[in-house]
Ligand binder design. Structure first.
Ligand code: NAD
Length: 320
């Protein structure tokens, strides 16, 4: 049997790429932007392994045309961009990178939460633009995180890591999940509540659910109606968990005070999108897991999955 062909859809950590070169013929899409669907289809022909990113749409059409494909390994914990049913039907194994990015993503969530609540981007702009004339008792007043009521939606790996940090800040914790997470209730005094109750009671809400049919636009007009006008919405999960138009309206009309978004729908937002023009919306370019060490670990974990699949072994981190 010859060396298997492996498609890698973006340049990843060199040491991880080297491991693939040792095992097979690597086709590397070495561009800054993702390949188009047609380009992916063309390159995937004859490939047995695919190492992809969340920007690649691994749909039915693509999977069916890749007749030799045996394993798809995504360098992300989220896998909503992969048609799992078609993979199952065609015996294609699918792996992802859970856990390894949890703490880094939780750190970033806190950074975004504090930046928005204490108005740090505005403050930096204020100082840089020469507006800082004196110490002013009323200047750039923000919301404290300590003593705030913080709500976490999706109490999984990242939600729990954020809960640990929030507890250390001395905030009160509410959460909403499909199931109870007793350990968080016990250790961090967190209270499990229904979604509308959480939204109604919290000062800050942070989203940590995967994107599924159920979570698609779970924060839309009715939810913004429920939230306090002083509340802050943080999203480091997936953009489409929030209805973008409803968010725009809520921020414009003061139904909530501010939002911090690491993810958007669509992603990226077009440069002229009205959300960028709001003084109370802060957007970062999907970098919550972008710790240098974490990205290297994610790349190697994706390679572990891919190589296990090519060797006919169970993947260390299969998508359930
Ligand atoms: P996880 O599977 O450990 O946790 C997800 C939690 O959400 C689970 O507890 C699950 O029960 C809960 N959940 C699912 N559907 C729900 C619903 N309808 N209502 C309430 N709760 C629901 O996943 P994780 O590792 O914590 O990651 C969460 C998500 O964060 C990922 O799926 C990914 O989309 C996103 N993420 C984003 C970045 C980034 O760079 N911004 C980085 C890592 C992960």
């Amino acid at each position: 049997m010859g060396r298997p062909k492996i498609l890698v859809t973006r340049r990843i950590t060199e040491s991880a790429l080297d491991r693939l070169h040792e095992e097979g013929q690597v086709i590397l899409w070495d561009d800054q932007l993702p390949p188009s669907h047609d380009q992916l289809t063309g390159m995937l022909e004859d490939c047995e392994g695919l190492l992809c990113l969340l920007t690649d749409n691994i749909d039915r059409e693509l999977l069916v045309s890749a007749s030799k494909l045996r394993v798809v390994s995504t360098m992300s914990v989220g896998f909503e961009h992969i048609d799992l049913e078609t993979c199952r039907n065609h015996g294609i194994k699918v792996g992802h990178t859970p856990g390894v990015l949890t703490e880094t993503t939780a750190d970033f969530t806190m950074a975004l939460m504090l930046s928005v609540s204490r108005r740090i981007p505005e403050a930096i702009h204020f100082a840089q633009s020469g507006q800082w004339k004196t110490w002013d008792p009323g200047l750039l007043l923000g919301q404290d995180l300590h003593n705030a009521v913080v709500g976490i939606i999706g109490m999984g790996r990242i939600g729990q890591a954020v809960a640990r940090r929030i507890f250390a800040f001395g905030s009160q914790l509410l959460y909403h999940d499909l199931s109870r997470v007793k350990v968080i209730e016990k250790e961090f005094n967190a209270e499990a509540v229904e979604l509308d109750i959480l939204l109604n009671r919290v000062d800050i809400v942070s989203l940590h659910v995967p994107l599924t049919e159920r979570t698609y636009q779970m924060i839309s007009h009715p939810q913004f109606e429920t939230m306090k006008p002083s509340s802050i919405l943080i999203n480091t999960s997936r953009g489409a968990v929030i209805d973008t138009n409803a968010l725009l309206q809520a921020l414009r009309e003061g139904k909530i005070a501010a939002a911090g978004l690491d993810v958007t729908d669509p992603e990226p937002l077009p440069h002229n999108h009205p959300l960028y023009k709001l003084h109370n919306c802060f957007i970062t370019p999907h970098i919550a897991s972008a710790g240098a060490a974490t990205r290297a670990k994610m790349a190697n974990m994706a390679v572990d999955n891919l190589l296990a699949g090519l060797h006919g072994k169970p993947l260390p981190n299969p998508v359930a």
